[in-house]
Write a protein that binds this ligand. Structure first.
Ligand code: FAD
Length: 410
């Protein structure tokens, strides 16, 4: 039975991350937005502190340990394992509250972590995940999206041609978070386009591999401090050892959509994390606006009453976003399928983030748009109903889960 009461461990972690978000993240938030990057000195500092963007948790590890220890402990400590998704969403909400773009810039495997953790061989996990939390900040990345394959990734066009000792990759990836500075990216490609999803494979491509380059860093409306890169693979040779899971992994799943499954499995873990960040953004905008309304609105007037009604509606939707997110995380923790819940919370929290930030901007009037935190959050939150699958796609996923069972094909 789900309980929304936080355990002692969860409370302690929430307090720690909130403190970090308030006193370490917020002070560099507006500057990083202006610079369109997080200052290097800050990244060095947090790397030394052991704060990372890890497989699923954002912020200092749930157990309060370093990144390297996290991977060892998550496998060993049953207490952490039992609640790793819950701990992740609690941490993500606080980091979204602090600054979502800075949060995505934290060193660590990022979105590249879950496919390596979930599908990699023991040797690959050690090789690719063992590099974080050491002498200098390092990043991993997840490269699925292409110019012609966003929502419908079954149409991906990057090819992987089998040659002696490995594969040759050709193609382009767009919108890849931390893709420009990543030590490695998990890149999805097809060995045979005629096989559709069954032809997909996931490769770990390391920085410096000949034929692998960064063609552009995007200048974005929001999330400016978070690096978003375009990547090119031109006759890029990737050795067999870098095929995620090894060839047997795909042979065993010859009847299923193999590499596609690797790509999708990531989302059931990461969508609740993204939803939690959107909830944190909404909460930050709400709190800033609440303070403003308390101080600046004339009390007892009709406009004050209207503002209070709007603020109450925001609080209600923020709470609903959090509860949906916690349900998805909880199901993940007890090992139940949570694709429907992960999609639901992502869609709901993304929409709530947009609605709350827009309403806050209106309540604050001209003050809200003049270099104010709410204006930045309004720009940042838009992508939360785009990446990890747009809202429309989340609704399709939910519909498939609900109505396919009744024999309807969607
Ligand atoms: C800041 C940022 C960071 C990102 N980071 C990463 C990353 O690290 N790695 C990565 O691989 N990708 C990343 N992405 C890409 C992101 O996942 C895609 O942008 C997203 O999946 C949508 O794809 P698209 O942009 O091609 O839109 P499209 O798929 O072209 O969709 C356009 C519109 O059509 C709608 N639509 C499409 N198909 C349907 C349908 N069947 N039914 C109803 N509506 C539909 C969509 O909902 C959307 O509104 C990032 C994107 C951004 C903006």
């Amino acid at each position: 039975m789900i309980s929304f009461e936080m355990t002692q461990q969860q409370k302690q972690m929430k307090e720690f991350i909130h403190y970090f978000a308030q006193y370490e993240v917020r002070p560099i938030s507006m500057l990083s937005d202006k610079l369109e990057r997080v200052p290097d000195e800050w990244l060095d500092k947090v790397n030394k502190m052991g704060v990372t963007l890890s497989t699923s948790a954002i912020g200092k590890d749930a157990s309060g340990s370093s990144q390297k220890e996290k991977h060892e402990e998550a496998n060993q400590d049953p207490e952490v394992k039992r609640q790793v998704n819950r701990l992740s969403v609690i941490a993500a909400e606080e980091m979204g509250w602090g600054d979502p773009a800075v949060a995505l810039s934290l060193p660590g495997p990022g979105l590249g972590g879950p496919p390596v953790q979930g599908s990699g061989t023991p040797e690959q996990k050690k090789r690719f995940l063992g590099i974080f939390g050491k002498d200098k900040p390092r990043w991993g990345a997840y490269a699925l999206t292409e110019p012609e394959a966003g929502s419908d990734v079954s149409g991906l066009r990057t090819t992987a041609r089998k040659v002696d000792g490995g594969y040759v990759l050709n193609g382009q990836k767009v919108f890849i978070t931390n893709g420009g500075r990543a030590s490695w990216v998990v890149a999805f490609a097809t060995v045979d386009p005629s096989l559709g999803r069954a032809g997909h494979r996931a490769f770990v491509v390391e920085q410096g591999t000949p034929g692998f380059s960064v063609s552009r860093l995007a200048h974005k409306m929001g999330m400016r401090a978070s690096e978003t890169a375009e990547l090119v693979f031109e006759d890029c040779f990737v050795p067999d050892e870098n095929l995620l899971g090894g060839e047997e992994y795909y042979e065993q799943r010859a009847n299923g959509p193999s590499g596609f499954r690797v790509a999708m499995a990531t989302f059931d873990t990461t969508r609740p994390v993204v939803a939690a960040m959107a909830t944190g953004i909404a909460r930050a905008a709400y709190e800033t606006t609440l303070d403003y309304v308390k101080k600046e609105y004339p009390k007892h007037g009709r406009s004050y009453q209207m503002a209070c009604e709007q603020l109450a509606l925001m609080e209600q939707n923020i709470e609903a976003s959090r509860l949906l997110t916690w349900e998805a995380a909880w199901k993940g923790d007890i090992g139940q399928p949570n694709a429907k819940e992960a999609a639901m919370c992502k869609a709901y929290a993304g929409k709530t983030g947009l609605d709350v930030c827009a309403a806050c901007l209106e309540l604050m009037g001209p003050v809200g748009v003049d270099g104010n935190l709410v204006e930045k959050l309004y720009r940042d939150v838009k992508v939360y109903d785009i990446f990890e699958g747009t809202n429309q796609i989340q609704h399709l996923i939910v519909a498939r889960r609900l109505y396919d069972q009744e024999g309807l094909r969607i």
